[in-house]
Design a protein around this ligand. Structure first.
Ligand code: DOR
Length: 444
């Protein structure tokens, strides 16, 4: 494609929503040359490829800071390449893969390998998250310093809660010196003995449920340890009313605490189990919650109490997801529905301004991962997404680039979809097609 190399691209008539500069402005033009935003009258922009962007939003640097790619070790579920393709398809320009691979990403060598693999693919930015503890076993701290040196942007044992309060204290204390955030998957495993949310739906289906308290007791503990240490705590996939109280408490005290919610917890409830019955496509950890809790999460996001929306993209093979509810693995393949599900939950009902919503997908993850981006100004990298906010589309997992087709949103109509994704001035997706042009070596 002529406009996919060093030739300039002029995007005309777009609505620029740039949370990095607090700008929401209609009918704008934006020019990209050599991977960078340039002024409109830049001589290098002469002869640029014109793109009519009327009716589209242009948003910089959407980062999904919670994804599971399964490489190394379980590449039948996802590889870094298929995960990056799914990201580009979903309109995401950067991803932070969790370290629960086989082996666990708990060494500087593995962090470096993952970052390099992402850069070589040249699709979207890959920001590795290193394990907090060796093999994520919760027994001894991993080599946080050297992982950080090699590009780990934060640390997490996601999938495994960090049970030891003493280790959590040490991790928060140590990571603060780097500095980097500790991301916890809060779950008291002695309370979390069920397969879905504890409540009437679980009872009706005869499935063991897990109470909200299983999450909230650990969120409160983490908040207290953030207060004790002065460290930076990021709570992953917050899904309970009481967790929200803890986050609000932390914010009122101006602690270094940030929090994330997923689109599936904002859009779905455990009613989805009534629809899908014993199909584990709804099985996710933390579980889909009650209607009242979903409403509380939506309110917390629209009130500005939440910092990040992230997909918790957790691809699994169809064979694994066709086991019975108890045995199937937890997870929803979410990268390609991130924007649509989020918009449908929050924008469609008019609960948020687009600029405030996009902040949670851009500035929020940049803050937690300590990435910097100046916004769409001349000289900035052209990492951006064109979004059709009105487009209604039916989720068809058969169209996913991800190897994981496991989503309870299958067949559902969502509103809002990415139509093009650009990373460092190169289109990596246009009109739903991922462009693996093989231009490698993204700047890390
Ligand atoms: O549903 C989930 N799937 N929750 C997690 O915490 C881990 C993830 C996975 O790795 O599949």
């Amino acid at each position: 494609m002529t406009d996919n190399g060093m030739t300039g691209v002029c995007l005309r008539g777009v609505r620029v929503i740039d949370p990095f500069r607090d700008v929401d402005s209609r009918d704008e033009d934006l020019t990209v040359v050599g991977g960078l935003i340039v002024p409109r009258d830049d001589p290098r922009a002469r002869g640029c490829v014109e793109i009519d962007g009327r009716g589209l939003w242009l948003v910089p640097r959407i980062v999904d800071m919670h994804v599971h790619f399964r490489e190394p070790g379980q590449t039948w579920k996802e590889t870094i390449e298929t995960g990056c393709q799914a990201a580009a398809h979903g309109g995401v320009t950067g991803v932070a893969p969790m370290p629960n691979t086989l082996p666990v990403v708990d060494t500087p060598e593995l962090v470096e390998w993952e970052a390099q693999r992402g850069a070589d693919l040249g699709l979207v930015h890959v920001y590795p998250i290193g394990a907090i503890t060796r093999q994520s076993q919760g027994e001894a701290l991993a080599d946080l310093y050297f992982m950080h040196q090699k590009g780990a942007r934060a640390f997490s044992d996601d999938g495994h809660p960090l049970t030891s309060s003493a280790l959590m204290r040490a991790a928060l204390t140590y990571a603060a010196t780097l500095p980097a955030a500790i991301i916890n998957h809060a779950e008291d495993r002695q309370l979390a003995t069920g397969w879905c949310n504890e409540g009437p739906v679980a009872e009706q289906l005869g499935l063991a449920g897990t109470p909200e308290a299983a999450e909230a007791v650990m969120v409160w503990r983490d908040v207290m340890l953030a207060e004790l240490t002065g460290g930076w705590l990021h709570e992953a996939h917050v899904s309970t009313v009481e967790s929200l109280h803890a986050i609000r408490y932390a914010k009122a005290k101006q602690l270094g605490v940030t929090a994330e919610v997923t689109p599936h917890h904002l859009l779905l409830t455990d009613d989805a189990l009534r629809e899908w019955r014993y199909d584990p496509v709804t099985k996710v950890n933390p579980p889909l919650r009650s209607k009242a809790t979903r409403e509380a999460l939506v309110k917390a996001v629209s009130d500005g109490d939440i910092d990040v929306i992230a997909s918790d993209h957790a691809p699994h093979h169809a064979d694994e997801k066709s086991l019975n509810y108890q045995e199937a693995p937890y997870g929803i393949s979410g990268l390609e529905t991130l924007l649509g599900a989020t918009f449908t939950a929050l924008l469609e009902p008019g609960l948020m301004r687009p600029l405030d919503l996009m902040r949670l997908l851009t500035v929020g993850p940049h803050r937690v991962l300590r990435l910097s981006y100046p916004g769409l100004i001349p000289g900035a990298a052209a990492d951006l997404t064109l979004i059709d906010p009105q487009r209604r589309w039916v989720v068809d997992p058969g169209q996913f680039y991800s190897r994981g087709r496991n989503t309870p949103l299958a067949g559902r109509t969502l509103v809002g979809q990415a139509v093009a994704t650009m990373v460092q001035g190169r289109w990596v997706m246009r009109d739903g097609e991922v462009l693996n042009a093989g231009v490698s070596n993204l700047h890390r």
